[in-house]
Design a protein around this ligand. Structure first.
Ligand code: SF4
Length: 264
């Protein structure tokens, strides 16, 4: 689905798409343009469902809607909420004297060329001078802070807020909460600044320029570039078996905007 009927068609991209694109352009083609979905195993499916339920629960809590149904449905959800209440009570008890805006599942969009870059914050908390993005993660293990800082979720979320608000980059931060990290809740925080903002803007330009070129070639039946043989990305890629077979295969025109976001 293209989202504009003007002479310029706009394509919607999220952090998930950018992460895949920088990992391997061919993976982006396989995942989003051709939607070659590889079935995930039942355990991953279960984890994903639990993660979705937790996000829904946190949204309902933020909206002052009942969450008892969720808590009864799974003891993990109950424990995570209990952990938050004990270790980070400020999440559930807003400081109404200071906070001027607070919203869960908060959407923002910025247009760059032919692309609409979209983000959805699990929770955005704004005070007069500062704004904080919160993100819930239900992974079994928290990644290293260094790796998380390079992830496009971290970069894009803070970039888009700086781009679409009056907050100085220096006054924007992002906090991930890993609710089932080892035994307890773990948080990883990032602070933003103008230098990072400029760097991310440049990186985005390069990625989007590349995407435009690959997209144009793709429409002339040229596949997106692959990672070199024996790349580490291929070792963990669900397309490692399919990839060679797909080389030079006929392509149909894709549905670029119908692309589903993946988790980091
Ligand atoms: S197997 Fe390697 S080249 Fe193929 S899509 Fe995956 S990462 Fe890219």
């Amino acid at each position: 689905m293209r989202i504009s009927s003007t002479s310029t068609d706009l394509f919607r991209l999220s952090q998930g798409h950018l992460n895949v694109l920088v990992t391997c352009p061919r993976k982006f083609q396989n995942s989003y343009l051709e939607q070659l979905n590889i079935p995930i195993n039942p355990e991953q499916d279960k984890d994903r469902n639990l993660g979705s339920q937790f996000h829904l629960l946190m949204q309902q809590q933020e909206m002052n809607l009942p969450i008892d149904g969720f808590l009864k449905a799974d003891e993990k959800l109950e424990k995570w909420v209990k952990d938050i209440n004990i270790l980070a009570p400020e999440i559930f008890k807003p400081d109404l004297d200071k906070q001027i805006f607070r919203e869960s599942e908060h959407n923002r969009t910025v247009q760059i060329g032919d692309y609409l870059i979209t983000v959805v914050y699990d929770l955005l908390i704004a005070e007069k001078e500062t704004a904080q993005i919160l993100d819930w993660k239900t992974y079994h293990h928290a990644p290293k802070k260094e790796d998380l800082g390079k992830n496009w979720q971290t970069k894009l979320y803070m970039y888009v807020l700086a781009k679409t608000s009056d907050y100085l980059p220096e006054n924007i931060s992002m906090t991930y909460w890993f609710v089932q990290s080892q035994k307890n809740l773990k948080k990883i925080e990032f602070n933003y600044d103008s230098k990072q903002h400029q760097k991310i803007e440049q990186e985005l330009k390069v990625i989007l320029n590349n995407l435009t070129q690959w997209w144009e070639k793709y429409q002339q039946n040229q596949p997106f570039p692959q990672e070199p043989a024996y790349s580490q990305a291929c070792h963990y890629c669900q397309y490692s078996v399919l990839c060679d077979k797909l080389e030079n295969s006929a392509k149909t025109l894709p549905k670029l905007a119908n692309i589903e976001e993946i988790e980091i």
